[in-house]
Write a new protein. Structure first.
Length: 855
C-alpha cells in the first residue's frame, strides 16, 4: 500500500470541461452513462488515466466511436494516444444496494444517495477524481416514480418527464464548475418542507428540506438555522448565495455529519431532525452549527476549492472558524469558546500525542478519509483564529475579500490563502505559515520575576516544540499570547504578546505590587501552557478576571492539579480540598454568575477524564477516575444547599430553544448531576424524569442517574426505551448511556445492545452510539486490566472493517492511543492492534492507522 505525498503534486494532464451524466436507478444494476468533454492540459503525450473502483465497464467511446484498446486495473482505466480535445462516453454498471461502505452511490432503506468526498466519485463512474479538475455538470436521473418521486441533483432542475413503464426522469444543470467530490444525487420519497430567503441583493431563494416521511415537524429548526446562516454570512462576510435553490436532504445512513454538495447538501438525519420532545438543547445547537457549516462551505470550499486533498484545511479549518464565529454570535461567545477549547484539549492534543500526529496540512496520506481529523478541522480553525487575532476583524475581512477576488472559481492551496491575508494587510506571515507544516502541540513555558525596588515585572517565555511521531525536526512558531494583568484596586489591563523566538522576554514597569497575570486568555493559541501559578493567583483569576474564558480556565487548572495530585502522576501545585471549596464558594457568591447560568455551569464542571489524560505524560486511568468521582461527591455533599437552591430557582415551564431557557436547563441539570450524588439523589432524579416533557431534562435525569449509579437508573432506562422503541435516532442516546455505564458486566450489556431490535450493524449512528461510545467514553470498561475491553473493540472492528472501513478506522482511534498507558495496558492494546494488522484484506483505512500505531 502506497502513500501519496504532498510534494509530489503535478497538475492534471487533462481537464474535463463538461460532464453529462445519465443514471438509471434500478436493483441490482444501476446504469451510469457519462459523457465527458476532455481537453489536454498543455503539450504532452501522456495517456488519459481515469480513476475507477469496482466498476464493471460495459462500453467506452471516443467521439462516438467504440474504443477497444484500453487498459483496465482494479483502480484505473488508461487510454493511450487520445486526441487533444474529444468527447468520451463511458457506460458502467453499479450495485448501490450492496454498497455498505456508504461511499459512492448507495441505497439505504428507502432512498438512493451519494457521498463523493473525498474520493467516492470513482465508485460511480470513471473520472479524473481529484479536486483540481472542475467541470460543468448536467445530470439526468431515471427511476420508478412511485418509489422515488423525488429525483435530485446539483443546481437547477431544467427538465423532467414520464416514461411508459411507471418510471420518470428529471434533468439537472449546475452552472457553477465544480470538482466531482461536490457532485450529489438523491432519489427517494420524502416529506418536503419549503421556505424562502431573500438575499441582500433582493433575489428570492427557494429553500427545500427533505426528510423521512412523517418527520416534517422535526425539520423546522434546521430551516430556521439555514436562514440565520444565510443572513449572517451576508452581514459578516458580504457573501451572498448564488443559485436560486438550496436543498438539504436528511438520510439515516451516513458516515459523518453532513456534506456540502453544491446546492444539494446531504445530512445525517441526526443533524437535521429536532423537536423539544425528541432532541436536546445540544442537538438543537449542533443542528444550527452543522447547517451553518455546510452552508458556509458554499463559498469557502465550493466557490473556492482545494487544489489537492493535502490542502483540506483550506476549506475545513476556515469553515469551522466561520461556524464557530456564527455560533458565538447566536448565543454566548465565552461559552462557545470554552466548547471549542474542550475539543482541542480533549481530542486534538490526544491526536498530536499519538502515532497519527500530522500537521493541519498533512504531508503523507494513504487513505484520505483518515484525514478528516480534529487536527485538520479544529486545530485548522485555531490557526485561522490566530490570523484573526493578529490581523483584527477588519484586517481579516480584507484578507478574505482579496482571497475571493483572486481565487473565485479556482482550486487553490493554503499558501494562496495566507498570501491573500499577507498582501491585504502588508504583513510578513512567513513564520506564521509554519503552523501549516509543523505538527505537534507546542509547550509555552513561562517564568515570572518581580523587582520590588523598581516595580518591574518580567515574564520570560520559552517555546518548546518536541518531536512528534511524524516529524523529528521542529522550528519556532509565531504564537500570539493574550495576557491580562491584574492589580489590586485597578482595572485589569489586557495585551497581546507575539512569541516568535525560542526564548523571549516581556518587561512591564510601573507596578507598585506584583501583578497577577492570566496567560493565554481566550486560548489565543493551540498550545499547552506551563506556568507556576500560585493557588492564590488561580483563585484570583477564577473569581476576578474580566475575561470569562480565563476565569473558567483558572478554575479548570485548580481542579486538574488537585486531581493529578491524587494519582501517582502527582502535581507540583499543592492544591488542597480547602482550595477547591474556596473556589466553589467564590463561584457561588459571584455576583456576575447568576446573570450567566451557562458560564456558571461550565465553571462548576470538572474537566472530563479524557482531557485530564492529556495533561500528563502517564495516564493513570483508574486512580484518576476514582479521584474525579470522589471530588464530585465531595462537592455535591459540601454544596448541596447551593445546588438545591439553584435547582429550584432555575425551574421553568414549557420548552423553547432560546438562550435564556437553554442556559437555565444547563445549570439545572448540572445541579441535578451533583445532587444525584447526595442522599436525595434517587428521589430528585426520578421526579425530574417523570415531570419532564422535553428531551434535555429527561436525558439530564438519566445521565445524573447513570453517573451516580442510582438505583432508579435501570427503571428509568426501560421506561425511556419503551417510549422511544420506534425511534432509533432517539434510542441512540439510550444506547450511548448504556455503553458508557461503568458497570462490572459491561461487555454482557454491550452484547445485549448489539442484539437489540433497533440496532443495525450497517447504520453508523447505531455503531457509534454503542461501540464508539464504549471505546471513547467508558474508561473503566475499555481499559479493564484484563484487556477484555480492548479485545471486544478489536473483535468488532474485524467484522466492521469489511462493511464500512471509514467508520472502523474512526473507532480504532482510542485503541491506537496506547502511548500514555501503563505498560500492562499498553501491551494489551498493542496485542489487539497486532491482531487487526494480521487480518487478511484489511482496508487501507484501518491499515494506515493500525500500522502507524505499531511502528
Ligand atoms: N466535507 C464533509 C466531510 C467529508 C468527509 C469525507 N470522509 C463535511 C464537512 O466538513 O462539511
Ligand atoms: Zn466542512
Amino acid at each position: 500500500i502506497q502513500a501519496k505525498r504532498r510534494l509530489d503534486y503535478q497538475p492534471p494532464h487533462f481537464f474535463i470541461s463538461t460532464v453529462d451524466l445519465s443514471v438509471k436507478l434500478e436493483d441490482p444494476k444501476t446504469q451510469v452513462k457519462s459523457q465527458l468533454k476532455v481537453i489536454r492540459n498543455g503539450e504532452h503525450r501522456h495517456p488519459l488515466v481515469l480513476d475507477g473502483e469496482e466498476l464493471p465497464l460495459i462500453d467506452i467511446k471516443i467521439n462516438a466511436n467504440s474504443v477497444t484498446r484500453y487498459e483496465q486495473t482494479p483502480t484505473s482505466l488508461t487510454l493511450e494516444n487520445v486526441p487533444d480535445e474529444f468527447y468520451l462516453e463511458i457506460y458502467t454498471e453499479i450495485d448501490p444496494a450492496s454498497n455498505s461502505s456508504l461511499e459512492g452511490l448507495y441505497k439505504t432503506e428507502n432512498a438512493y444517495c451519494t457521498q463523493c468526498e473525498a474520493e467516492g466519485f470513482r465508485k460511480i463512474t470513471y473520472f479524473i477524481d481529484r479536486p483540481d479538475v472542475l467541470s460543468e455538470y448536467s445530470v439526468t436521473i431515471y427511476a420508478d416514480q412511485k418509489a422515488y418521486p423525488y429525483l435530485l441533483s446539483n443546481g437547477n432542475k431544467v427538465d423532467s418527464g414520464k416514461l411508459e413503464d411507471g418510471r420518470h426522469w428529471v434533468k439537472w444543470h449546475d452552472p457553477f464548475k465544480k470538482p466531482c467530490y461536490l457532485f450529489a444525487l438523491v432519489a427517494g420519497d420524502f416529506d418536503l418542507l419549503e421556505d424562502h430567503f431573500k438575499t441582500v441583493s433582493g433575489r428570492k431563494i427557494l429553500l427545500q428540506l427533505f426528510v423521512d416521511k412523517g418527520k416534517a415537524k422535526r425539520g423546522k429548526h434546521a430551516l430556521t438555522s439555514l436562514k440565520k446562516s444565510m443572513q449572517w454570512d451576508e452581514e459578516v462576510f458580504d457573501l451572498e448565495y448564488d443559485l436560486d435553490i438550496y436543498m438539504v436532504v436528511a438520510v439515516d445512513f451516513f458516515n459523518m455529519g453532513a456534506m456540502e454538495n453544491k446546492g444539494l447538501n446531504v445530512f445525517n438525519s441526526k443533524f437535521v431532525l429536532a423537536d423539544s420532545e425528541s432532541a436536546t438543547d445540544e442537538d438543537f445547537f449542533n443542528i444550527e452549527s452543522v447547517i451553518a457549516h455546510e452552508y458556509f462551505h458554499n463559498w469557502t470550499g465550493n466557490r473556492v476549492t482545494c487544489r489537492d486533498w493535502f490542502q483540506l484545511s483550506l476549506k475545513e479549518g476556515l469553515t469551522v472558524f466561520r461556524d464557530q464565529q456564527f455560533s458565538a454570535d447566536m448565543s454566548s461567545r465565552v461559552v462557545n469558546r470554552i466548547k471549542n477549547v474542550k475539543v482541542i484539549r480533549e481530542h486534538q492534543f490526544a491526536e498530536d500525542a499519538s502515532a497519527m500526529s500530522h500537521p493541519i496540512r498533512p504531508d503523507e496520506v494513504i487513505e484520505m478519509n483518515n484525514f478528516y481529523t480534529v487536527t485538520v478541522y479544529d486545530k485548522g480553525a485555531e490557526v485561522i483564529r490566530m490570523l484573526h487575532t493578529l490581523l483584527g476583524q477588519q484586517g481579516f475581512k480584507n484578507g478574505i475579500d482579496l482571497y475571493f477576488k483572486r481565487h473565485d472559481g479556482q482550486a487553490v492551496t493554503c499558501d494562496d490563502f495566507v498570501s491573500a491575508m499577507q498582501d491585504a494587510n502588508q504583513v510578513d506571515l512567513s513564520q506564521f505559515k509554519l503552523w501549516y507544516s509543523q505538527s505537534g502541540t507546542p509547550v509555552v513555558s513561562v517564568k515570572e520575576r518581580f523587582d520590588d525596588a523598581t516595580g518591574e515585572y518580567i515574564l520570560e517565555f520559552q517555546q518548546i516544540n518536541a518531536p512528534t511521531a511524524d516529524q523529528q525536526q521542529k522550528q519556532n512558531l509565531h504564537i500570539p499570547i493574550r495576557l491580562e494583568f491584574m492589580c489590586n484596586g485597578e482595572k485589569p489591563s489586557a495585551e497581546l504578546f507575539e512569541l516568535k523566538q525560542g526564548s523571549q522576554t516581556l518587561t512591564k514597569s510601573g507596578f507598585t505590587e506584583k501583578p497577577t497575570v492570566a496567560l493565554l486568555a481566550d486560548f489565543s493559541a493551540p498550545v499547552k501552557l506551563e506556568f507556576d501559578y500560585t493557588v492564590d493567583a488561580l483563585l484570583k483569576i477564577a473569581l476576578q478576571s474580566q475575561d470569562g474564558f480565563s476565569r473558567w480556565d483558572a478554575g479548570q487548572k485548580l481542579f486538574s492539579e488537585y486531581l493529578h495530585g491524587k494519582t501517582p502522576a502527582g502535581s507540583t501545585f499543592k492544591v488542597s480540598l480547602r482550595d477547591i471549596d474556596n473556589l466553589i464558594n467564590g463561584i457561588f457568591n459571584d455576583k456576575q454568575a447568576d446573570t450567566d447560568w451557562a458560564l456558571l455551569a461550565e465553571m462548576l464542571t470538572l474537566p472530563n477524564i479524557e482531557t485530564l489524560a492529556q495533561q500528563v505524560s502517564r495516564y493513570y486511568v483508574v486512580e484518576l477516575n476514582k479521584a474525579r468521582k470522589e471530588l464530585e461527591s465531595h462537592i455535591a455533599n459540601t454544596f448541596s444547599a447551593n445546588f438545591l437552591l439553584i435547582y429550584s430557582e432555575s425551574a421553568q415551564s414549557g420548552y423553547k430553544y432560546t438562550a435564556t431557557q437553554v442556559n437555565k436547563r444547563k445549570i439545572r441539570n448540572l445541579c441535578l448531576h451533583y445532587l444525584a450524588k447526595t442522599d436525595i439523589g434517587d428521589k430528585l432524579v426520578s421526579e425530574q424524569f417523570s415531570a419532564s416533557s422535553n428531551m434535555t431534562d429527561s436525558l439530564g435525569a438519566l445521565k445524573a442517574a447513570q453517573s451516580a449509579l442510582l438505583p432508579c437508573f435501570e427503571r428509568l432506562m426501560s421506561e425511556f426505551e419503551q417510549k422511544w422503541a420506534d425511534d432509533p435516532l432517539v434510542l441512540d442516546k439510550w444506547f450511548a448511556l448504556h455503553a458508557s455505564s461503568e458497570i462490572p458486566d459491561i461487555l454482557a450489556r454491550l452484547d445485549l445492545l448489539l442484539s437489540h431490535k433497533q440496532f443495525n450493524h450497517d447504520n453508523p449512528n447505531r455503531v457509534r452510539s454503542v461501540i464508539g461510545t464504549f471505546a471513547f467514553y467508558n474508561p473503566t470498561g475499555f481499559h479493564a486490566i484484563d484487556g477484555s475491553g480492548y479485545k471486544y473493540i478489536a473483535d468488532y472492528l474485524l467484522k466492521l472493517d469489511a462493511r464500512n472501513p471509514q467508520v472502523a478506522a474512526r473507532i480504532v482511534t482510542p485503541l491506537s492511543q496506547w502511548k500514555k498507558m501503563d505498560e500492562a495496558r499498553a501491551e494489551l492494546m498493542k496485542h489487539q492492534l497486532t491482531r487487526l494488522l494480521a487480518q487478511p484484506n484489511l482496508s487501507k483505512d484501518l491499515y494506515e492507522k493500525v500500522s502507524k500505531s505499531l511502528s
